[in-house]
Design a protein around this ligand. Structure first.
Ligand SMILES: Nc1ncnc2c1ncn2[C@@H]1O[C@H](COP(=O)(O)OP(=O)(O)OP(=O)(O)O)[C@@H](O)[C@H]1O
Ligand SMILES: [Mg+2]
Length: 335
């Protein structure tokens, strides 16, 4: 990945602003020259002071000049309307939204400059989000290690101490100490599970299919949502970056189902579709996702990192479907 963002090359010759000024000036000059020429050749005369009968002729002449000017300037600037529309709608989360380079040479140069600016912004955004996501993964790894090494160790020590006290202490305290041991054991399990989920290494330990299965099982075990999964076997090997993106997007989508959807059923599928690899998480909950939060924005950014498309379909009352399409990843010769 490049760590510096390229700057736009200086276009040779005139700047787009100078070129546009020249074009408008030439149009105006031509219109006024034509008007003057017609006036010179026509039999019409203008007296001083102007006679009442001459006013309509002057007004018609003026209207013709203005109409011709408006027509030519408008035709010349028409591509600016689509440029403005693109500026309003452009969304850096959806790459390659570019304006077709059409129109006269000068406007093509404005459009081209704008498209180059989008290229630079997209590259900058993608470098920044790659750095942010790498920092997030590193931080998760650090928290997981600390949970495991610090809190996990302390709980284990407490558990052993309780066992010693229980073995040597009076029999009437045994049951109570047993409950305390049980509570600490449950906390230890939870800490281990959280540490395990946080670690990016979960994929190296389990492999993608088992890691996704574990996510689905975790959600089923909450007892509120029934999760069915279909993870196609025998997929071509994926890069670790693609696997991590698939895992994190499935994780965030299933967490959202548990937290927000009020669903009773959810599905998790990973299937090849016409050479693409498609991860789909659906639920039958309340749907109606409005403003995306950090979770959904993070999913979009992760998808962009591997050149995948993320689609969120969530009509109110109609459940939610999150689809991640990784182009070409299910082809046999995929990298
Ligand atoms: N499966 C879903 N069903 C219904 N609403 C959802 C679902 N997923 C997300 N939402 C809605 O979309 C909002 C944004 O979700 P997002 O994951 O971006 O943020 P969050 O879950 O609120 O916070 P974070 O993921 O940063 O902890 C949620 O607050 C919720 O209202
Ligand atoms: Mg979320």
């Amino acid at each position: 990945m490049k760590d510096a963002v390229a700057t736009a090359p200086e276009p040779p010759g005139r700047s787009p602003a100078q070129a546009l000024f020249r074009r408008l000036f030439v149009i105006n000059a031509l219109v006024f020259a034509a008007g003057t020429f017609v006036l010179a050749l026509s039999p019409a005369t203008v007296s001083s002071p102007v006679l009442l009968a001459e006013v309509p002729v002057l007004l018609i002449g003026l209207a013709l000049i203005l109409a011709a000017n408006a027509f030519l300037v408008r035709a010349s600037l028409a591509p600016l309307t689509s440029l403005t529309a693109l500026m309003r709608r452009v969304d850096l989360m959806h790459t390659h939204d570019r304006l077709p380079v059409v129109g006269n040479r000068d406007l093509r140069s404005v459009t081209d400059t704008f498209n180059q600016m989008l290229d630079r912004l997209e590259e900058e955004r993608s470098v920044a989000s790659a750095q942010a996501l790498a920092a997030q993964e590193a931080e998760r790894g650090r928290i997981a290690r600390e949970l495991h090494d610090e809190i996990g160790q302390s709980l284990t020590v407490a558990l052993l101490a309780l066992k010693r006290v229980r073995d040597r202490g009076p029999a009437e305290l045994s049951e109570e100490l047993g409950h305390a041991q049980e509570a600490i054991r449950t906390s230890l399990d939870e800490v281990r599970q959280v540490a395990h989920r946080l670690r990016p290494g979960v994929l190296e330990d389990l492999g993608l299919t088992s890691a996704l299965t574990a996510l689905a099982t975790d959600l089923s075990q909450t007892g509120t949502v029934e999760v069915s999964r279909r993870l196609a076997p025998g997929l071509p090997p994926l890069t670790s970056e693609v696997e991590l993106v698939l895992y994190r997007i499935a994780q965030e989508s299933l967490t959202n189902v548990a937290r927000h959807a009020q669903a009773t059923r959810a599905t998790l599928t990973l299937t090849p579709e016409r050479g693409d690899l498609v991860l789909r998480v659906t639920d039958n909950g309340r749907g109606g996702i409005g403003e995306p939060g950090a979770g959904i924005r993070g999913m979009h950014e992760r998808a962009l990192l591997i050149g995948a498309r993320l689609n969120v379909h969530s009509p109110p009352g109609g459940g939610t479907e999150i689809t991640l399409t990784v182009p070409g990843a299910a082809k046999e010769d995929a990298p």
